[in-house]
Design a binder for this molecule. Sequence first.
Ligand code: PHE
Length: 276
Amino acid sequence: MGQLLNTASLAVNAALQTRTAELESLEISARVAREALDLSEFVTRRKRGHTHIVTQATQRLEDVFIGLGFQIAEGPEVETDFYNFEALNMPKSHPARSEFDTMFLEYGEPNSVLLRTHTSPVQIRVMQTWPPPIYAIMPGRVFRRDTPDATHMPVFHQIEGLVIDRGITFAHLAGTIEAFTKAFFGSDFTSRLRPSFFPFTEPSAEFDIRRADGEWIELGGCGMVHPNVLISGGIDPEEFSGFAFGFGIDRMAKERHNVEDIREMYTNDLRFLRQF
Ligand code: PHE
């Protein structure tokens, strides 16, 4: 009887051990499946965005001017009448003011605070803070009350240049414009200056660049900084002279990429943006 009981007990224990092991291994596989991490690598090319063509143009312009020894400065987009007009030799009632279709803010005295109509006010801010010699470029967004069309937007971008040093002449201005044109557009481009008028420069010129196909494109304005502007910036016109220029960045991006209509650049249509 004892022998029988022993055999039975051994058989039951053996069965119990087998089943326990089975259940344990099931539980381990379930847990491994539950906690598994997918470490597979993506081999397809990831799609990233990229900078806008106006940003690309701004960065290339900055690179070219930094190469020519310029530093970058920035100023506020909301300006006062003083910096946008008055300090730039355009006192109240100056007729040139009407050429800038200004957007004013309802802030302070009527018509005293505005969205800057050009980057030229940054010239004054730079002169007031940096001791000469000054070799600076000032890129930024500007605003004018314009109806959008193929070549105009009410918000666009300009880059301003300012050089103040001893003995600066118009020849330095013309040489800088030409060096820039070749560095930015390529050696098959040239530039020309045409007499013009700006209240803040004297003499003033308009500058154009000539494409390889012979077509002239108007790019911006420039000239020798007017003595009144130097005085507004706290610089002695007897000791220092300088030149300034300003041109539209959007137009350059448009020319470079053969964009037909400047409005296309601001509709955020990915089919358009992905091309560049
Ligand atoms: N601020 C002028 C404009 O917006 C351009 C300019 C800049 C002209 C500097 C002369 C010197 O039209």
